[in-house]
Design a protein around this ligand. Sequence first.
Ligand code: DC
Length: 524
Amino acid sequence: MAQCFNIAIDGPAGAGKSTIAKKVAAELGSVYVDTGAMYRAMALYLHRKGLDPREAENNPKGFEEKVTALCREPEISIEYRDGVQVVLLNGENVNPLLRTQEVSDMASRSSQVGPLRKRLVELQQKLAKTTSVVMDGRDIGTVVLPDADVKVYLTADAKVRARRRYLENLAAKKSGRDLSPEDLDLAAIEKDVRERDDRDMNRKESPLRQAEDAVLVDSSDMTIDQVVEAILNLAAQKKGRPQVITARTAGFCFGVEKAVAAVYEEAAKGGDIVTFGPIIHNEAVVDDLKAKGVGVIEKKEEIPAHAGGTIVIRSHGVPRDLYEELAHSGARIVDTTCTFVKRIHEIVWKASEEGRHIVIIGNHGHAETLGTMGWSSSPVTVIETREEAEQFSEDLSTPITVVAQTTFHSDKFEELVAILQKKGYNTQVNNTICNATHERQLEARKLAKRADVMIVIGGKGSSNTARLYEICKAECEQTCFVQKAEDLHLHLTGTEKLIGITAGASTPKNIIEEVQKDVRRTDF
Ligand code: DC
């Protein structure tokens, strides 16, 4: 039998342990063991036997004696059905009954009783002997698996944890679960979280504490994916594999997210629906939408055929005359033009009406640039390169308004503007590169500086991804550009310490996740 690789995750209630442990286990092909659920199943049994949790305070000795006697009775076991842990209490699947306030309260109190813990710890240790597990609880790193390969102490601010539990309960209520009023009272939940912390940390039997060799992860300001990545990287380090770090800013920006969601929403309604140009520069998404009946039109002449349908304007925006033509086409128009692009259109329109010459620093032929050009009523010049900036010549008496394509390279924008300003023009400069793009580029550069290999994911036609590639390549020789996981042909030598991943604004999350998975599994 292959050697077991065990990960222990301890921490207070609501730190996200179970969600995270499940994901880590799925990534590593390990079994997730939720020990809290075992304590809960036992608590449910005690509750059914008529034990009152208040007795723990009124008559602690009596409570302890009753728990000690009762905890020997039930058969508690764990099964995995379709990859989900099912807790069986005397053969009954009690999973749906374990998350109520009553059971939580009883579990928190009864788990303080030594003999009950002894029974459950034995069961947990048996599970980890034969299979690689990711086990979460309160005493896993300290008592259950003191020799675990990776130990994490996962915590978060009590207020953050209470809010998370409240939102979870709200979602459960919406999906039809029967919950008590306290389950939906944020202040009551926070009070309960603090009381449970106090009991878990100050009990006599195996109190919750960070094992000396555990790594502290505070998830207050982290997303689930970031915590999962941090733990997978601890496991990678232990196995002598490179760490895989994905930029926080990788993937869909707010504008793209909104545009794509709007098209899926329209597709769900059915009927004739087309986008004017592909909604994003990503073949997988466009193909998926096509399968859902969403077509793409590219030319004005194609508009009349959809007069009775819905036409979506993509986030890149379109020229002014096209907006007008669409508005009068008879079709229902769903305008997903990014708000940052709309702002550029307004600047260009106003400045051109004042007779100013418009300079767009951006890519020739890019949909956003073409759309922006169409908002100028005076002459426009698109400048993409240093040479073009140097060759630019206009009457010095003509004032110039400069805007940037939202996804242009920030350093290059500064450089090209400096060249124009040196020529002595009266320039009014609007750095309209959107913040998301700027931050994505900064983070990509920082990550590429540290990385041995850098992977940039995005569509062929995505210019913001092409820019990310340029930025990363300048910092990390081993930078590769891929559209999807299958394009990746990594050749690792085994000496790599860090592999960085970033992705353009039009790269869907599932493609980023597939690449992450492939990278983590690549052999040396
Ligand atoms: O993680 P959870 O909230 O589902 O746990 C339920 C209770 O069980 C909690 O109050 C603490 C207790 N517990 C424990 O004492 N030791 C563990 N290993 C797991 C849970």
